[in-house]
Design a protein around this ligand. Structure first.
Ligand SMILES: C[S@@+](CC[C@H](N)C(=O)[O-])C[C@H]1O[C@@H](n2cnc3c(N)ncnc32)[C@H](O)[C@@H]1O
Length: 238
């Protein structure tokens, strides 16, 4: 692990040795470019379009469809990042009570999240509250949305996490940049946190990713992606 990437107690969750550049994507919503990982936080073809399709439609809407009787959903997000997935999920809560746990090893800075145009585009006002919520404890953001941001690396979190979760938004940086986050071992660690029928969605449909999910006990479905992206994945724990 390089200097500045430690997640120990002394390090403020706000601190980061790298800055991220603000980018306007083709649907008018912002994303960031990570110098640390050489990756965009969302598709440059449309951050809103991507998040809606991969996580809200394939994930949350599907959960509602298959579990219409459920009044609560427990979501685990890999990578809090800009908070956009969290914001979109909060805005879609409706009658559902959402417990949203989001992992982040390298939080963005206040100067970075204050520039994001998500509240302006969505007509919402909660982005700042999501970012300012204290780390590592559950915080009530709205009557239907409880957020727990966990400042940790996924691999460390999986050693002690208990779950259970109903739905996982797997939004790590791409396998080409962080292959260690797309392994059968990592997915097996996540599978342990899900009941049978638990759902994971992700934007990567690469063969290695699908095989790693299958090896971890998921049934893998390919679905049409947003915009130009041909395929994305929904995986169901068998
Ligand atoms: C694709 S971005 C997430 C985008 C985010 N969901 C959003 O809506 O903005 C991936 C995130 O994973 C974080 N990350 C990278 N390695 C990590 C690790 N080992 N454990 C936890 N988070 C990690 C990055 O800092 C980044 O915020």
């Amino acid at each position: 692990m390089s200097e500045g990437t430690s997640t120990n107690e002394e390090q403020s969750p706000e601190s980061t040795a790298f800055s991220n550049d603000l980018v306007l994507t083709q649907d008018g919503t912002h994303t960031l470019y990570s110098a640390r990982f050489g990756q965009w936080y969302h598709s440059v073809h449309g951050a809103l379009e991507e998040s809606r399709r991969v996580f809200l439609e394939l994930g949350l809407a599907y959960f509602r469809e298959v579990f219409p009787e459920r009044r609560e959903v427990r979501i685990l997000e890999m990578g809090f990042g800009t908070g956009f997935n969290a914001l979109l999920t909060l805005l879609e809560a409706g009658e559902l009570s959402i417990r949203y746990t989001s992992l982040e090893a390298y939080p963005i800075s206040p100067a970075e999240y204050r520039q994001l145009n998500y509240d302006a585009v969505m007509g919402s006002g909660e982005l700042q509250a999501l970012h300012e919520a204290e780390w590592n404890i559950p915080v009530v953001i709205s009557p239907s949305f409880m957020l727990e941001k966990v400042h940790a690396e996924l691999q460390a979190y999986l050693k002690t996490a208990k779950g259970p979760f109903d739905l996982v938004y797997y939004d790590a940086f791409a396998p080409g940049s962080q292959p260690e986050l797309w392994t059968p071992e990592v997915f097996a660690g996540i599978a342990r946190l899900l009941p049978s029928g638990g759902i994971l969605t992700t934007y990567s449909a690469k063969g290695d990713v699908r095989r790693a999910l299958q090896a971890a006990g998921f049934r893998v479905e390919k679905h049409p992606g947003p915009g130009r992206k041909r395929e994305i994945v929904r995986a169901i724990k068998d």
